[in-house]
Design a protein around this ligand. Structure first.
Ligand SMILES: [Zn+2]
Ligand SMILES: [Zn+2]
Length: 376
């Protein structure tokens, strides 16, 4: 790829990001990079906030990203507000404001794992999709996400019989089952839409797939990311997408995704602690979008002495996520060109506080913002 074409676009709503976009390892550039007139493959961050919280209404949005190739869009995760951000970032097909639509551009979507911050607004696709353009697509949207974990192998049952689980006979449904459960739960609306408005059953325009792990791979919540080869998940004329297991223990399975287009490679870490599989998947990528947590912030969240619940939450934050201080080493080991921090915990930290933690990486570093667009 012609490196002179690697420029930063400032998309709708991101005009205030110039100083950040021009920053490199904490230093400020005099001005943002120039805006190219056309870029075929773009990374678009729809939201960058981590966790099952609205962050008191923070404009950071919930975790959701997109790869756009020409007019086609490929989504990664359905965090809070992804659909509004899709329009705000200019990903929708053009059309009059008075007429709903725009999601004709969505070709496929990928779910890294089934924590709420990654799927909380998935139902917007299932329930609004028929009005917002999916029926004008020639082929169904392809959705790929984690599969189910049988009850006897679930981390949640292993945590003890005293725990008051939801749906204990099937405590870890996968993406297909989650989707079918949502259809059942929203059947009043969907059936009204079918019978009163003449819309088709959503099975006609959404194809949902569980990502199948290779037979013989010894993976479980106790060993969530054994070394493995990347799994091919999806391919069309624009993009090839592969997945690899990452370590977000005890949440399992949790995936990272690699998108390869004619213009270059974009990798999404999903939620993970430092993970060799991710470093392998991201080798040589043009852009690595990696989650980040500020451990100083995490340790100050709860009063001392820690309650049982606070200790458990702090353990999750520190052991299942990636300390921003090791992101530079990860990006360097993966030999990526640009590191983008996203899934920010917290998303309210100043950029300088994130950038000052990145060490040992000579490439470009960008602190993610909602609607930020990077061109390959
Ligand atoms: Zn998350
Ligand atoms: Zn998670």
């Amino acid at each position: 790829m012609d490196k002179t074409r690697r420029k930063v676009l400032t998309g709708a709503g991101s005009l205030a990001l110039g100083a950040t976009l021009g920053s490199r390892r904490g230093s400020r550039a005099a001005s943002p990079d120039p805006v190219p007139t056309q870029a075929r493959t773009r990374l678009v961050l729809l939201g960058v906030g981590a966790g099952r919280t609205a962050w008191r209404g923070c404009s950071c949005g919930g975790i959701s990203s997109a790869v756009a190739v020409g007019k086609d869009v490929y989504l990664v995760d359905f965090g809070r507000g992804w659909l509004d951000a899709y329009y705000a970032a200019g990903l929708a097909s053009p059309g009059p404001q008075a007429r709903p639509g725009g999601l004709e551009t969505l070709r496929a979507a990928f779910i890294t794992h089934l924590h709420a911050d990654h799927v909380v607004d998935y139902s917007e696709l299932l329930l609004f999709g028929s009005t917002d353009g999916l029926l004008r697509r020639k082929s169904p949207v392809q959705i790929h996400g984690p599969g189910a974990v049988p009850a006897q192998r679930s981390a949640f049952l292993a945590s003890g019989h005293h725990v008051d689980l939801v749906n204990p006979s099937n405590p870890q449904p996968g993406t297909r089952e989650m989707t079918e459960s949502l259809y059942r739960g929203f059947a009043s609306d969907l059936n009204d839409n079918i019978t009163d408005s003449g819309k088709p059953n959503p099975h006609r325009y959404l194809d949902v797939h569980d990502i199948v792990l290779p037979a013989g791979l010894q993976a479980s919540f106790a060993n969530p990311a054994p070394r493995m080869r990347p799994l091919p998940v999806y391919r069309d004329e624009n993009v090839a997408v592969s997945a690899i297991l990452v370590n977000h223990r005890p949440m399992f399975p949790a995936f990272a995704f690699r998108f390869e287009t004619a213009d270059g490679v974009i990798v999404f870490s999903g939620d993970t602690t430092r993970c060799e599989n991710l470093i392998e998947l991201a080798q040589g990528a043009d852009i690595l979008v990696h989650e980040a947590i500020d451990l100083g912030w995490a340790r100050n969240l709860f009063p001392q002495p820690l309650s049982f619940a606070h200790a458990a939450k702090l353990r999750h934050l520190t052991q299942a996520h990636t300390d921003a201080a090791v992101l530079g080493e990860i990006a360097s080991a993966a030999r990526v060109k640009t590191l983008v921090l996203s899934h920010l915990a917290p998303p309210t930290l100043p950029d300088s506080a994130w950038l000052s933690q990145i060490h040992g990486f000579d490439g470009k570093v960008v602190v993610g913002k909602a609607h930020l667009t990077l061109a390959l």
